[in-house]
Design a protein around this ligand. Structure first.
Ligand SMILES: NC(=O)C1=CN([C@@H]2O[C@H](COP(=O)(O)OP(=O)(O)OC[C@H]3O[C@@H](n4cnc5c(N)ncnc54)[C@H](OP(=O)(O)O)[C@@H]3O)[C@@H](O)[C@H]2O)C=CC1
Ligand SMILES: O=C(O)C1=N[C@H](C(=O)O)C[C@H](O)C1
Length: 273
């Protein structure tokens, strides 16, 4: 039987997503806020994680290592960096914990490393935890099948805040992959990530990516299907990080009842098949 209200710990608890995750766990009556971790040596170690999140004291202090809270949690939520998330995945595997990873920007080698844990840890790994984006992925599958081989050019455009360190976003890549797979293409072969100078006209089958980084944009993604005479755009706009955080808490509650395996938000939301 899965725990009724799994005890959730959050890594990167002082980050943009970390602080929002604290609030999301607090709002969920079926989840327990059990711990938070900041970077080793951080001056925020020992701070109350409710205060870090602007909620006031919650009586749970930030640790600067997972070892320090190993007995306190069932599921770890990690929105940090690829290197840190992989180390935390290894920790969860060694200690019989479950994990939800939202970190993006993993390279091929790091993705292969993460995949190596699919038979050892119950994990949810997804570049976007919002219900809206995951529904959008289903719409893209349908649109690509209907339009993609009928002379429609496909472009993925994303915009994020000025602090984002990876590009294109994990969500943009996922959208591109869904479209490519629906058409029997691959992003390795058909993805076009830069256009500059005399780069010539586009090919019929390429899938182009364009990135905006500016101000405080939370996250916006558009996939455009354009042909002579018409253009279809499927757009998702996030206006609050709470949409990602609520999805991550839902994933944590869900994975608390799962066997080992690598899952994504389509599994959590029952959107597969
Ligand atoms: N899947 C999804 O739905 C979403 C995914 N993301 C992804 O989540 C990731 C984080 O985004 P965001 O919150 O904006 O980034 P931030 O930089 O605001 O947060 C990351 C946090 O991780 C902390 N950190 C770094 N190393 C460690 C460590 N060893 N132990 C504990 N904490 C550590 C950082 O601390 P310090 O600042 O001290 O280095 C920082 O507070 C990105 O990859 C982003 O793309 C974001 C939103 C939604
Ligand atoms: O870094 C962010 O902020 C976000 N990152 C994710 C991504 O790379 O797709 C998801 C979301 O759009 C916000």
């Amino acid at each position: 039987m899965p725990p009724i209200a799994p005890r959730i710990a959050i890594v990167g608890v002082a980050g943009r997503m970390g602080r929002t995750l604290v609030a999301a766990v607090e709002q969920d009556s079926n989840a327990t806020l059990a711990g938070g971790v900041v970077e080793p040596g951080s001056s925020l170690a020992g701070a109350d994680i409710g205060e870090l999140a602007g909620l006031g004291r919650r009586g749970v202090v930030a640790a600067d290592s997972l070892e320090a809270i190993v007995d306190d949690f069932d599921v770890l939520i990690d929105f940090t960096t690829p290197r840190v998330s992989l180390a935390n995945l290894a920790f969860c595997s060694a200690h019989g914990k479950r994990i939800v990873i939202g970190t993006t920007g993993l390279n091929d080698e790091q993705l292969a490393e993460l995949d190596g844990y699919r038979d050892r840890v119950p994990m949810v790994f997804a570049p976007n935890m919002s219900v809206g984006v995951n529904l959008t992925l289903k719409l893209l599958e349908t649109a690509a099948r209907a339009l993609g081989d009928e002379g429609y050019d496909i472009e993925v455009i994303e915009a994020h805040h000025r602090h984002k360190v990876d590009s294109p976003s994990g969500t943009a890549l996922k959208m591109g992959e869904v479209v490519a797979e629906s058409l029997g293409r691959t992003l390795k072969e058909h993805g076009v990530f830069t256009r500059e100078g005399q780069c010539g006209p586009r090919s019929d089958t390429e899938i182009g990516f364009a990135t905006v980084r500016a101000g405080d944009i939370v996250g916006e993604h558009t996939v455009m299907f354009a042909t002579e005479g018409e253009r279809i755009e499927i757009t998702h706009k996030a206006s609050s990080r709470m949409t990602f955080a609520k999805g991550a808490v839902r994933a944590a509650r869900w994975v608390a009842g799962q066997q080992v395996g690598r899952y994504d938000m389509q599994d959590v939301l029952g959107l597969k098949g």
